[in-house]
Design a protein around this ligand. Structure first.
Ligand code: SPD
Length: 288
């Protein structure tokens, strides 16, 4: 996978399996951190956008389609939501959505790459919004794998994994050992939420992550939606919980608290999105 800004062209494309996913606009900045290449691009259609290692991550005017779907099924349904862990999420969008709930008392946001946070705050300030100055947000510039490994059991009510594609620094976020550690540090009535790639353009990765989560947790199910700047545009988020599929049952008081303040997520959207599983994925997941 790589992206290219072609000479004499104002299009920036992510290349994935022989297909280009591009936006028209202008390059703002391109930097390298010890972990990855970071690009900020100002697009005509979706405003300023962030790319990591030449893959689209988020854009000002389309990020809600991603962040609201990752966060609200977990936070509306978990037994408690006082202590949240976000792994990755350096653009601040996931933290912003979590902080909509009064019950949330603290969020540990563990991002490996300080430069992602710095550039997001500078060029994409609307994505993190007020989260950056909220006293409930505790930023940790650390490796999320080690963070989870060394936390004691039952530390969090909800765990959110908001990483990039499973190449480079995010690869381990899809591994059995990392997700097993996540289960250990999650409280009994808690929910884990992870972005789980596209059932079309990352088919095997998508199937694998759901299967791995089903092995580790009692329940795991993918929910589907659209993120227009990602390969194929069709995206997924997978939720896992113990004892029952808690993520299927939003709590009325929380739905009422946040609904007016959401542009994409609603209780109805969530119900439909869990049900819009492609038939071949459902069959594949049913195989043991
Ligand atoms: N193909 C891109 C997948 C990126 C998922 N994470 C995006 C991070 C937004 N907070």
């Amino acid at each position: 996978m790589n992206s290219k800004l072609k000479k004499n062209s104002d299009w920036l494309d992510e290349y994935h399996q022989g297909v280009r996913y591009g936006l028209q606009g202008k390059l703002i900045i391109e930097e390298s951190s010890p972990f990855q290449k970071i690009t900020i691009f100002e697009s005509k259609r979706y405003g300023k956008a962030l790319l990591l290692d030449d893959c689209w991550m988020t854009a000002e005017k389309s990020e809600k389609f991603y962040h609201e779907c990752l966060i609200h099924p977990a936070l509306c349904c978990s037994t408690q939501i006082e202590n949240i862990l976000i792994i990755g999420g350096g653009d601040g969008g996931s933290a912003r959505e979590c902080l909509k709930y009064k019950e949330v008392k603290s969020i540990d946001l563990v991002e490996i790459d300080l430069k992602v946070i710095e550039l997001s705050k500078k060029y994409l300030p609307t994505i993190g919004g007020n989260a950056w100055s909220d006293s409930r947000l505790n930023l940790q510039i650390k490796n999320g794998i080690n963070w989870v490994k060394h936390k004691k059991e039952n530390s969090y009510d909800v765990i959110i994994i908001d990483g990039a594609d499973p190449i480079g620094p995010s690869k381990e976020l899809f591994s059995n050992s990392f997700l097993t550690d996540c289960k250990r540090i999650l409280k009994q009535g808690g929910i884990l939420a992870t972005q789980s790639e596209s059932p079309e353009s990352f088919q095997q990765i998508h199937i694998n992550i759901v299967k791995v989560l089903r092995e580790i947790f009692d329940y795991a199910d993918p929910m589907y939606g659209s993120v227009s700047i990602y390969p194929s545009g069709l995206w997924s988020w997978t939720f896992a919980s113990m004892e029952k599929p808690k993520y299927m049952f939003p709590k009325k008081n929380r739905v009422n608290e946040i609904s007016e303040n959401c542009q994409i997520w609603s209780e109805r959207l969530q119900q439909g999105a869990f049900n819009s599983i492609p038939a071949f994925i459902e069959r594949e997941l049913a195989k043991t």
